[in-house]
Design a protein around this ligand. Structure first.
Ligand SMILES: Cc1cc2nc3c(=O)[nH]c(=O)nc-3n(C[C@H](O)[C@H](O)[C@H](O)COP(=O)(O)OP(=O)(O)OC[C@H]3O[C@@H](n4cnc5c(N)ncnc54)[C@H](O)[C@@H]3O)c2cc1C
Length: 248
């Protein structure tokens, strides 16, 4: 089975978020980047297929040279080769078009993505990718088994789960639960050394227009300071909860 895992290179969740250009652009100064956490679940599931059933794993990203450490980390975890499509990923449509172009020419049985990127949270790429390729698609996936050409996938639904049967080729957007957290991989020294020798090819982007543009970002309101109430002051606590926090 040929598996493609789409990797989005996103700010670390502990990063301080600031905007520039009149709050219309993300300020990447001093920001540390990591593999999108949902993509780590996808990669771990791909590794499971590789080890249990036999599969080749290619990882791919649309991004500039600064995204390569995330690809190298995926190679260190166990992917066989990597592709970087050399372009700034400025919107979901653009990214999906680029990924589809490479996927079309290489022919994958299974394309694993995250449910959403944790930076712009567009959740646009996987569905569009499946559409451009005319592949089957399962979103919000929390489990998958594949036998011959048939995939049995479990997806999260409001308050429960749904089990679906579909056929390959398939785009599957994964999330927490696709593997258990203890199955997430941390590269070891051997993996890091081997990753240096694994192929990472850089391909040119195709001509495609972005269809969305950020106009303005707004941060959530700062949380107010914690107020301490004496244990004996029940009336004061109720007053604060009722009149200030407005939760009762
Ligand atoms: C300089 C710059 C400007 C930007 N301006 C805008 C803007 O104006 N408007 C806007 O909406 N967004 C903007 N973005 C963000 C950009 O749209 C997203 O990073 C990217 O398109 C992913 O879209 P998404 O959030 O819909 O991904 P999602 O659909 O949420 O991601 C789901 C999954 O798709 C895959 N995926 C997502 N991105 C990539 C990628 N780059 N390579 C490989 N796989 C990927 C991953 O598996 C990911 O888990 C900008 C980004 C940059 C760097």
């Amino acid at each position: 089975m040929k598996i493609l895992v789409c990797i989005s290179h996103v700010p670390d969740t502990t990063s301080k978020i600031n905007f520039t250009e009149n709050d219309s652009a993300f300020d990447s100064n001093g920001v540390q980047y990591v593999i999108n956490p949902y993509d780590e679940f996808a990669l771990a599931r791909a590794m499971w297929f590789k080890e249990k059933q036999g599969a080749s794993i290619t990882v791919i990203t649309v991004g500039n040279a600064g995204t390569e450490p995330s690809l190298r980390k995926a190679l260190a975890i166990g992917a066989d080769d990597a592709i970087r499509i050399d372009a700034e990923a400025t919107d979901g449509f653009f990214v999906a078009k680029q990924l589809a172009e490479v996927a079309k020419s290489n022919g994958y049985d299974l394309i694993l993505t995250g449910r959403e990127s944790i930076d712009y949270n567009g959740a646009m790429v996987p569905g569009m990718l499946a559409t451009f390729l005319d592949y089957n698609f399962v979103n919000a996936c929390i489990g998958v088994e594949i036998e011959n050409n048939t995939a049995t996938a479990i997806k999260e639904i409001d308050g429960g789960s749904e089990t679906l049967s579909t056929s390959l080729p398939l785009v599957l957007a994964g999330q927490k639960g696709l593997v258990e957290e203890k199955e997430l991989r941390i590269p070891n020294m051997r993996g890091i050394m081997m990753a240096r020798k694994k192929p990472l090819s850089v391909v040119a982007a195709i001509e495609t227009e972005a269809t969305t543009k950020s106009v303005r970002f707004e941060k959530p309101e700062e949380k107010s300071a914690c107020k301490m109430v004496a244990a004996s002051d029940i009336d004061g606590l109720i007053d604060l909860l009722h009149n200030e926090a407005k939760v009762i």
